[in-house]
Design a protein around this ligand. Structure first.
Ligand code: SF4
Length: 377
């Protein structure tokens, strides 16, 4: 990108930057690295409009790293509930504990200030590290997210995504021999570094993210309003719909059964670990099953309860759900026991816990379990 086009990009951003709870009115001010880290992690895989409220609630409860580091995982999950990809929340908590410990040992320094140190922390990859370094510390560090990939692909007519190695064909892309020998990821990162090689890297990075979100949209980009349209190869050639190439999403269908096991004294069986989904957090027990195989008490349920203790088993319908690439369809079985709840126990890969029925909806912090509960209560 030329100096002139970068200036047009900056001017466009200063005139069009949306008000967001993690963005300061002064676009040139240094940001709080904690704010950048949390907001950028929430924004991975999630729309800005959804993240706003989550971010505000999060900051009210966990205004800084120290407060967050003292929280337990169940509470952090509660504040994450609905954003999906719970490994992000788990990693945020792990990193908060590490950073808080570092601060105790080294004094009130902020988060690490080098890419190497940041990327060594759980859940912080190249993108988040670049965002923290450029937006919070104004370093000349690149970022590359889906917005920038889409823009670069259209600007330079890159007919590949930054995933596989050496898929570049010179005849279509016009890449030089040198670039054609790089991995596709390195080529995209190369463009990202070019625009970040400036004292204004922080504004170039954020302006491109905003441009991708609001103008260079996946479908029907608003090219006439784009500050880069004079040099955009896809726009000039009338081919914006062809770039970037469509990534085939690998979807996996999964059919299973969820157990809502209720004890005689009104408690619900929860498990932690050893499940197909939601590993490491409290969920209802579930297992793979054939579609239609819902009559009676399934043999796999005996992993959790003794068949002799079962009073009734009722089919309560099915629900659909998505977790990462999995398209899930689940039967819900309400299993009423003739005995009171027992003590928690650990068996193999999972631990059981009995939860008061009245508190079940506030205890489970995942939509999967809540959907199953709604079929019963
Ligand atoms: S001109 Fe259109 S396709 Fe090209 S970068 Fe701008 S919005 Fe995207």
């Amino acid at each position: 990108m030329t100096p002139d086009s970068l200036k047009r990009l900056r001017d466009w951003f200063r005139a069009n930057a949306a008000e967001l709870p993690w963005r300061l009115a002064n676009l040139d001010a240094l940001r709080d690295p904690y704010v950048v880290w949390i907001s950028e992690t929430m924004l991975q895989q999630t729309q800005v409009s959804t993240v706003k409220d989550y971010f505000i609630r999060w900051m009210r409860r966990f205004p800084d790293v120290e407060t967050l580091a003292k929280a337990d995982e169940a509470e952090v999950f509660k504040f994450w509930q609905g954003l999906g990809y719970y490994s992000r929340a788990r990693n945020i908590l792990k990193t908060a504990k590490i950073v808080a410990t570092l601060r105790q040992a080294q004094g009130p320094s902020k988060m690490p200030e080098t890419r190497k140190e940041l990327e060594a922390l759980p859940g912080i990859g190249a993108y988040t590290a670049g965002a923290i370094l450029s937006l919070a510390y104004h370093k000349r560090e690149a970022i590359l997210d889906g917005n920038l990939v889409r823009i670069f692909s259209r600007l330079y007519k890159l007919d590949f995504l930054p995933t596989s190695r050496n898929r570049v064909r010179d005849d279509r892309s016009g890449m030089t021999e040198k670039k054609a020998t790089q991995s596709s990821s390195e080529i995209y990162w190369g463009y990202a570094r070019e625009i970040a090689d400036s004292p204004k890297a922080y504004i170039h990075n954020e302006a491109l993210m905003e441009l991708g979100r609001t103008v260079c949209k996946t479908k029907s980009p608003l090219c006439e309003a784009c500050p880069l349209h004079n040099e955009c190869c896809a726009f000039i050639d009338g081919q914006t719909a062809e770039f970037p190439p469509v990534k085939k999403r690998l979807e996996k269908n999964w059919h299973g059964t969820v157990l809502v096991v209720e004890s005689k004294d009104g408690k619900i069986l929860a498990v932690n670990g050893g499940q197909k989904f939601l590993d490491g957090q409290l969920s209802l027990p579930h297992f793979e099953s054939m579609r239609g195989a819902t009559v009676g008490f399934p043999a796999k349920a005996e992993d959790y309860i003794n068949a002799d203790d079962v009073e009734t088993v009722e089919q309560r319908g099915t629900f659909r759900h998505s977790i990462t690439v999995h398209k899930i369809e689940c039967n819900v079985l309400h299993v009423q026991l003739s005995i009171n709840a027992k003590n928690s126990r650990t068996s193999g890969a999972y631990t059981t816990k009995w939860i008061e029925k009245a508190k079940a909806f506030e205890t489970f912090a995942n939509s999967f379990s809540l959907k199953a509960l709604k079929k019963v209560f």
